[in-house]
Structure formats: structure tokens, C-alpha cells
Design a protein around this ligand. Structure first.
Ligand code: GLN
Length: 472
């Protein structure tokens, strides 16, 4: 499109047809068809220099505000609500010529690992529709994997970009906390939430990240650090890195043996290629998931208190006696079961008498984790890890056991607790015919190293795969 070989209009028409052909995936909850066509025509007629994302067809998770378009966090409580302004990440993409083609299905308020907690019903995994696409950005991952858009914007509070990328076999990147503005992102847990990218390859993710990153006067937690040339880093080659891995993770009782073996082999291979690859003991492994769920539910119980049906959102049709009853009915009808569970859990851990035992304790563990991460990144450039203990599982398999589902977040939530950037790279295939990925983490604000290494690894693997094909 930059060269003018194909038009933006051709691209948009292609993706609209693709979306129409796969309704069963339930990846999009609204498609902005007419508007995307008009925008494509406008871009095709543009005489000024083309933007860095000229004609890039993007889907956005239903938690990102885009003025004049509905946004609901896949919750009934925001049924019918329209964004009053556009979030910074989305706006920066549009400013560089991107075309927003629709909003995508996800778990309600980002709470879930399978996209089964959505008011719109589940999204399916395009690799095999009997399996979940992962969550919470499940629709965003399914859309990219099925070729329904070029890239998606998701959000990652505890793996919601990386886990669905892993389950659907695409690239998922969660930047450093604060690298991308959260302005216009409906909050789940504000000290964890980050906007991330789901893409077909590392170079695409790097370019989109570079465009949307950077300081923003509308979000005081967006870092003022200048954005380096992230996109260019995806072309780097031949560097040698110091890589750490946690034996406690690779040997964890929940990990699938094929995933363990594939990562073990990868580490060996990297060592043979001249990288430093060393085990680092990580004794706090069992504390990660509980710490994450205490802190995020606490933040969620506070963030979600604004949804009371008074000024916006779902209002019960039932008659009410008093204000308390009014809130109660609106919230009881508007929130789904998982969101209610988390509001109650969060309210409990913040309550007088339990605050120190849970919330304060979890904050202390978070601090310890951050100190450990700092110490590791003083000696190593990268941590390599699994993304998920298992590949995708069948729909309905874990819906009755929330704790089992929470435990599946064991390898992803660490990066959010400590704020480091992380990527899931779909290098592997399981004998169950499902993809799985390696997770790469780097030091805070070191997306250059993260994506430089990731791109080189991706190249290595696609070359060796090509080689394998030729042999056959
Ligand atoms: N599985 C995580 C959770 O349910 C995903 C959160 C996220 O990143 N939005 O909290």
C-alpha cells in the first residue's frame, strides 16, 4: 500500500469479506464497514505524505474507547454506551493512517483466560473451533490468526495479550507498564493494565508499538521516557544475549511435557549459537498467582464501583424503593458471574480486619518480585519462559473451576506484577495440533532488546521450518 501496489480500499474490502465469512468465530462484536470503506477511499486519495501505518487494517478490543463508537468491555452493564472520546493508543494509530475496522470480543472487563466470560458469548479459536482462543483478548487474537484484520490492539493486565496469542499461534507483545498511555482504556487493574499488540509477526507488532508508545499528558502513569526506534530493532541480527530461565517454571507440575521439552531444546539451541543461557532460581513461583489475584481484584473492586447505572450504563427496569436498592439491581443485572466474584474478592481483601493480611501482604510480595526482577536484569538481558503451562483447551473445560483457570496465568502475570515488557512468539506446534509459544521478557523500557531478539528468533525458526519443508 505504501508503494501503491494495492489500494486501501482493496485491503478493506478483503478484510470485510473475510470477517463476513467467519461469523462463527465471534471475533468481532461490531464491524465499522461503511466507515472503514470511506476512510480507505480518503486514504487512497490522500496527496500529503503517507503515514507510517497507511492503510493498516486494525481491530480494537472492546475496552478501548473510539469516539462515537460503542464500547462495552463485553459487559451488559455498558450495553448501549458510546465512547465520548478516543483513547490515545487508538488515536495515534489513526493519525498514522490506520483504519479501524471494528471492535473485538473479549472477557468481560478483561477478566478471564478463555473469552468465555463475555456478554456476547465466547469467541472460538480459528486453529480448531472446539478450543478456546485464550483470553481475555480472545476476539483480537482470533481475528489476527484467521486473517480478519492485519493487527489487533488488545490489553494485558495479566497475560491477556500473550495468552490468546499463544493459544491462536500469533505474536503478542505487552510493553513495559507506562510505555503506552492508558487514556481511553476502560480500567480493570490500573497498576497492571497495558495496551498491547497482536500481530502476524514481530515486525508488525514493533511498528504498531512504536507508533502508539510515548508520553501522554492525559495519563500521568505514561512514562516520559522517549520512544526508541523499536521498529528498526526488528531487523537486528547476530547479537549475542545473556539469557536467564527459571528451572522452577520449566519443571512446574502443571507444565505440559511437550512444552517443557520444546523450551529445553530451544535453550540448548541458543546456547549452541553462542548466547549465554543460565538457570536462575526463582523461589517465589507459588506466590505469583495469589499475589496477582489479591491485588488485581482489589483494584477492580475500586475501579468498577463507578458502574452504578446512574449516569450511564445498564439501568434495571424493576421498580426500586431506595438508592441502595437501585445500585444493587443495576449491578446485579449488569455484571456477569466472574466479574461479581472478583468484585467480592477485591472488596473482601480490602476490608477492615483483612486489609493487612491480604492486600498489604500482597503488595509486599509484589515489591519482593520487583527486587528480584531488577537483580536478574542486572545480570541478564532476557528471561525466557513458557507462556502457558498447556496449549489451548476445549471450551467449557475450566469454566466450573475458576482457581484452575487462574493457575493457567502462572507464567504470564509475573511480567505485569513487575512491569517488564514481554512477548509471546508462536514457534512451536503441539502433537494435539495446537500452537504454543515461548515467552520472552526484558528489562523495563527495553523493548529494543525484547523485539530485536524476538525478531531474530522468529527469522531463525522460519528459516529452519522452510528448510524442513524442502527436505520433505
Ligand atoms: N487471566 C487474567 C485474568 O483473568 C487476564 C487478565 C488480563 O490480562 N486482562 O485476570
Amino acid at each position: 500500500m505504501q508503494a501503491g501496489d494495492i489500494t486501501c480500499l482493496q485491503a478493506v474490502r478483503h478484510y470485510l469479506q473475510a470477517i463476513e465469512a467467519r461469523p462463527e468465530l465471534n471475533a468481532f462484536v461490531s464491524v465499522f464497514a461503511e466507515e472503514a470503506i470511506a476512510r480507505a477511499q480518503e486514504l487512497d486519495n490522500q496527496t500529503t505524505p503517507k503515514g507510517r501505518l497507511h492503510g493498516v487494517v486494525v481491530g480494537i478490543k472492546d475496552v478501548l474507547c473510539y469516539a462515537g463508537h460503542p464500547v462495552s468491555s463485553a459487559s451488559k452493564i455498558l450495553n448501549g454506551f458510546e465512547s465520548l472520546y478516543t483513547g490515545t493508543a487508538v488515536q495515534r494509530l489513526v493519525d498514522e493512517g490506520a483504519i479501524i475496522i471494528g471492535r473485538q470480543n473479549c472477557d468481560e472487563f478483561g477478566m478471564g483466560s478463555t473469552n468465555e466470560n463475555s456478554a456476547y458469548g465466547p469467541a472460538l479459536n480459528p486453529v480448531n473451533p472446539d478450543y478456546v482462543p485464550g483470553g481475555s483478548s480472545g476476539g483480537s487474537a482470533a481475528a489476527v490468526a484467521a486473517g480478519l484484520c492485519m493487527v489487533s490492539l488488545g490489553t494485558d493486565t495479566g497475560g491477556s495479550v500473550r495468552l490468546p496469542a499463544d493459544f491462536c499461534g500469533i505474536v503478542g507483545v505487552k510493553p513495559t507498564y507506562g510505555r503506552v498511555s492508558r487514556y481511553g482504556l476502560i480500567a480493570y487493574a490500573s497498576s497492571f493494565d497495558q495496551v498491547g499488540v497482536l500481530a502476524q509477526n514481530v515486525a508488525d507488532a514493533a511498528l504498531v508499538l512504536e507508533v502508539m508508545a510515548g508520553p501522554d499528558g492525559m495519563d500521568s502513569t505514561a512514562s516520559t521516557q522517549p520512544v526508541p526506534a523499536i521498529a528498526a530493532s526488528a531487523k537486528e541480527n547476530g547479537k549475542s544475549y545473556r539469557i536467564a530461565y527459571f528451572p522452577e517454571w520449566l519443571e512446574h507440575s502443571s507444565i505440559d511435557p511437550e512444552i517443557r521439552a520444546a523450551l529445553g531444546q530451544l535453550l540448548e539451541q541458543l546456547k549452541a549459537e553462542g548466547h549465554t543461557v543460565e538457570p536462575v532460581s526463582f523461589s517465589l513461583t507459588e506466590y505469583i498467582v495469589p499475589t496477582y489475584y489479591v491485588l488485581t481484584t482489589a483494584e477492580a473492586s475500586s475501579n468498577l464501583s463507578r458502574f452504578d447505572g446512574v449516569r450511564f450504563g445498564h439501568q434495571s427496569a424493576n421498580p426500586v424503593e431506595d438508592l441502595r436498592e437501585f445500585y444493587k439491581q443495576n449491578r446485579s443485572e449488569g455484571f456477569g458471574p466472574e466479574v461479581k466474584r472478583r468484585i467480592m474478592l477485591g472488596t473482601f481483601v480490602l476490608s477492615t480486619g483483612y486489609f493487612d493480611a491480604y492486600f498489604t501482604r500482597a503488595q509486599q510480595v509484589r515489591r519482593l518480585l520487583q527486587q528480584q526482577a531488577d537483580a536478574i536484569f542486572n545480570n541478564y538481558d532476557l528471561i525466557l519462559a513458557p507462556t502457558s503451562p498447556t496449549p489451548a483447551y476445549k471450551a467449557g473445560e475450566k469454566t466450573q473451576d475458576p482457581v484452575a483457570m487462574y493457575m493457567g496465568d502462572i507464567f504470564t502475570v509475573f511480567a505485569n506484577l513487575v512491569g517488564v515488557p514481554a512477548a509471546a512468539l508462536p514457534l512451536f506446534k503441539h502433537s494435539a495440533n495446537l500452537p504454543f509459544s515461548v515467552q520472552v521478557m526484558a528489562k523495563r523500557f527495553n523493548e529494543l532488546t525484547l523485539l530485536g531478539f524476538s525478531a531474530a528468533l522468529e527469522r531463525d525458526f522460519s528459516q529452519s521450518r522452510k528448510g524442513a519443508k524442502e527436505l520433505v
